[in-house]
Design a protein around this ligand. Structure first.
Ligand code: ADP
Length: 328
């Protein structure tokens, strides 16, 4: 039997370079590897864990499928679906929540971060996020998970749930591993933290045109003076170099590193080169996207088929777990 792969992106905004490099690149690589059966969802239920706008969500849960298709995910090779259209994720999450303690969930760094960001919105759903994520993955018994570095603590919880369920109830869940990409951590344009849909000013979207990319990069902070020496690992300058490395050829990257060391770097030139390189990578995506925007029926059919296929696989797992837990 083929190994399974599951990944998803929340529908809380439009996709950005972090999602593309940290998640979608890995999703594409595994889709084209015939050893794997790949399932990719829009994580619309996870979107409900932070404040959101109902109409925006309705739109984005479809737009992200279009982004997937434009990025090269192919419904002939992968099952593309919407998380909330498959009720088995929630059912399994409830069953899993019986083996996880509240204390464990409260100590996760991702939970603590979200509490800081939205202190007025510390809900049960937010606390339960990693448990639902475990269900998303294990309902397909997926063992390879193409997601960014920020998701590592969640994958650890998934493994722990798999172990507990196997020990306590004799289920056969795999202990999944994260599938890493070179862009597993894309920094924010703001000089600290990661690029994220929910942090205004931190991201470049996949649909941004060259002028927008330039103006976003122009606002990214750099040193006021010329420091020289080694490239800093963090902060505005460090982040720009991280992005540069992901997008330009080695010679160009090395040229800017030497300019920095010798205190003759011009950040405006570096940002110009970076903007052009990012746009060159995004252009084919933007062109392909137009086709799907102009053919909504094609998109609707792909979503309908994907939702059905995903539910069929998930149902089997939930039935098996219910039997083992004494519910059937
Ligand atoms: P966001 O934080 O932008 O809302 P999501 O939580 O929807 O992103 O994450 C979707 C996928 O994109 C996950 O696999 C996540 O690890 C990846 N991802 C998000 N931000 C980054 C980033 N800055 N660098 C690399 N991968 C990222």
């Amino acid at each position: 039997m083929k190994k399974r792969v599951l990944s998803g992106i929340r529908a809380n905004g439009r996709l950005h370079l972090g999602n593309y490099l940290g998640a979608i690149k890995g999703m594409l690589e595994l889709q084209d590897n015939s050893d794997y059966e790949t399932l990719y969802m829009v994580a619309d239920l996870h979107t409900l864990t932070t404040p959101y706008d109902v109409e925006e969500l309705r739109k984005n849960r479809r737009e992200i499928i279009i982004d997937y298709l434009a990025a090269g995910l192919d419904h002939g090779k992968s099952i593309l679906f919407q998380q909330s259209s498959n009720p088995y994720h929630i059912e399994l999450a409830y069953l899993f929540s019986t083996v996880m303690t509240v204390a464990k969930m409260q100590h996760l760094p991702t939970f603590k971060e979200k509490v800081k960001q939205h202190p007025e919105n510390v809900t049960i759903a937010l606390l339960n996020y990693p448990v639902l994520m475990a269900a998303d993955i294990l309902v397909y018994k997926a063992d390879s998970i193409p997601v960014g570095l920020d998701q590592e603590p969640h994958i650890e919880v998934v493994r722990e749930i798999a172990r507990r369920m196997n020990q306590d109830f004799g289920t056969y869940f795999p202990e999944p591993k994260r599938f890493k990409t070179p862009g597993q951590y894309v920094p924010s344009l703001l000089g600290e933290g990661k690029m994220s849909k929910s942090i205004e000013g931190s991201f470049i979207n996949l649909i941004d045109d060259l002028a927008t990319i330039k103006s976003k990069l122009a606002k990214a902070p750099t040193d006021s003076g010329l420091e020289g020496g080694n490239i800093p690992e963090t902060g505005g300058v460090g982040n720009l170099f991280t992005l540069l490395k992901l997008f330009v050829d080695k010679e160009i990257f090395v040229k800017f590193v030497i300019d920095y060391r010798e205190k003759r770097i011009r950040y405006s030139d570096m940002k110009q080169v970076l903007a052009d390189a990012i746009f060159a990578e995004l252009k084919p995506f933007q062109e392909k996207r137009k086709y799907f925007e102009e053919n909504p029926d094609v998109v609707d059919q792909i979503i309908k088929d994907g939702n059905k296929k995903a539910s069929e696989i998930a149902r089997e797992t939930v039935e098996e777990v219910k039997k083992k837990m004494g519910l059937l």
